[in-house]
Design a protein around this ligand. Structure first.
Ligand SMILES: NC(=O)c1ccc[n+]([C@@H]2O[C@H](COP(=O)([O-])OP(=O)(O)OC[C@H]3O[C@@H](n4cnc5c(N)ncnc54)[C@H](OP(=O)(O)O)[C@@H]3O)[C@@H](O)[C@H]2O)c1
Length: 303
C-alpha cells in the first residue's frame, strides 16, 4: 500500500501519491460515469486517496464529471480526500459574466467558487482548498479573510496555496494566523526551480508537504523529442533496468525522495499507469542514481 502522512501539522492525512483530474475531460476512452468510476476505484484500490481538482479543469467541467460519478457511488466519498482550487477566471459558457482572463481571490470570489465546487463535486465538504495562482491585485489579508470564512462556514476543512513564491506563502500565513497546509508547485526532473528557489525548503521548515504537479513533465519526460527529455530518458532507462522497475516509477521516486517529501500528483488517464505508479510508491533510489538523473536532466555535472 502507498505510504500516508499528514499533509501538514494541521492538515488532513493523505496518500503519498495524489490523483490529478486536470486531464479528465481529455480521456481518449471518454468521460462516461463508468469510465470515471473505473479510474477512481483503481486509485482507491491501490491506496491513492487524494483527488486533486480545480474548478477550472476541463474549462470548469471536470468537477462536474467527478460529481456525477459520486452521485452514482456516494459510498466512495468517505474513502478519499478532495482537494480543489479556486481563483482563475476564463471566459466561457461556464463563467457567465467573465469577458477577459483574470485572477480573483477576493473573499466573495472564493465563497462563490467554493459554493460552485461543492455543487459540482456533489459533496458537502472540501478537504483542502487551494488558491490556484497568486492574484497580484488582491491583498493577502483579503484572501486570508475569504479563506477563513469558508472554513468557518464548515464548507472547507483546510486551506493551502499553489504556485506561490516563498514570500507570498509567508505573507498569507501571517494573515491566516497559520501556515497553509501545502504549496502545490511544479516539480520533476524537467522542472527543478522549486528545489533552488527556496519553495521546498520553506515547506520543510514549516513541516508542510508540498504537492508536486506534472511529475512526469506532463508526459514530456517519457515521450518528448527535446534534448533534455531524450537525455533524461536514457538515464531513466539505465536506472529502471538496474532496479527492475518502470521508468515512470523511477521518475516519480526522484521527486518523492526530496527531503520536503512532496505528495506527487500523477495525471494519467490510464488505469494501468495508476497501478504502476502505486506499485513504485515505496521505491528508493541510491544517492548515486538520484544524482546521475539530475546530471542527465541538467546536461552537466554537479558542480
Ligand atoms: N496547480 C497547478 O497549477 C497545476 C498545474 C498542472 C497540473 N496540476 C495537477 O497535477 C496533475 C498532474 O499533472 P500532469 O497530468 O501534467 O502529470 P504528469 O504525470 O506529469 O503527466 C501526465 C501525462 O503524461 C502522460 N504519460 C504518462 N506516462 C506516459 C508514458 N509512459 N508515455 C507517454 N506519456 C505518458 C499521460 O498520458 P496518459 O493519460 O495516456 O497516461 C498524461 O497525459 C494534474 O492532473 C493536476 O491535478 C496542477
Amino acid at each position: 500500500m502507498i505510504p500516508r502522512f499528514k499533509l501538514s501539522p494541521s492538515g488532513p492525512e493523505v496518500s503519498a501519491l495524489a490523483y490529478g483530474l486536470w486531464r479528465l475531460a481529455d480521456d481518449p476512452a471518454g468521460t462516461s460515469t463508468a469510465r470515471v468510476r473505473e479510474k477512481i476505484e483503481t486509485c482507491l484500490e491501490v491506496g491513492v486517496t487524494t483527488m486533486d481538482h480545480a474548478d477550472i479543469y476541463g474549462l470548469y467541467t471536470c468537477e462536474g464529471l467527478f460529481g456525477r460519478m459520486l452521485r452514482e457511488a456516494p459510498q466512495l466519498r468517505d474513502r478519499m480526500e478532495i482537494v480543489t482550487k479556486c481563483g482563475i477566471n476564463v471566459p466561457c459558457a461556464h463563467r457567465p459574466g467573465v469577458h477577459a482572463r483574470n485572477y480573483d481571490t477576493t473573499g466573495p470570489a472564493i465563497e462563490r467558487c467554493v459554493d460552485r465546487s461543492l455543487r459540482e463535486l456533489n459533496t458537502d465538504r472540501i478537504d483542502v482548498l487551494l488558491i490556484h495562482r497568486p492574484d497580484w491585485l488582491t491583498s493577502a489579508e483579503e484572501t486570508a479573510r475569504g479563506l477563513q470564512r469558508v472554513v468557518q462556514a464548515g464548507k472547507v476543512r483546510s486551506v493551502g496555496v499553489s504556485n506561490y513564491t516563498t514570500h507570498q506563502f509567508a505573507l498569507l500565513a501571517h494573515f491566516l494566523g497559520r501556515v497553509p497546509v501545502t504549496n502545490q508547485v511544479e516539480v520533476s526532473l524537467l522542472r527543478m526551480d522549486a528545489i533552488y528557489d527556496g519553495t521546498l525548503d520553506q515547506c520543510q521548515a514549516a513541516g508542510v508537504h508540498p504537492m508536486a504537479w506534472s511529475p512526469l513533465g506532463g508526459g514530456r519526460l517519457l515521450s518528448g523529442h527535446d534534448e533534455a527529455s531524450a537525455r533524461t530518458r536514457t538515464a531513466l532507462a539505465r536506472v529502471s533496468a538496474d532496479l527492475g522497475v518502470s521508468a515512470e516509477q523511477v521518475a516519480l521516486a526522484w521527486v518523492t525522495m526530496l527531503p520536503s517529501r512532496p505528495q506527487v500528483v500523477i495525471g494519467t488517464n490510464q488505469p494501468s499507469r495508476i497501478r504502476d505508479a502505486a506499485g513504485g510508491a515505496r521505491l528508493v533510489l541510491s544517492r548515486e542514481q538520484w544524482y546521475a538523473l539530475w546530471e542527465a536532466a541538467q546536461g552537466r555535472n554537479i558542480p
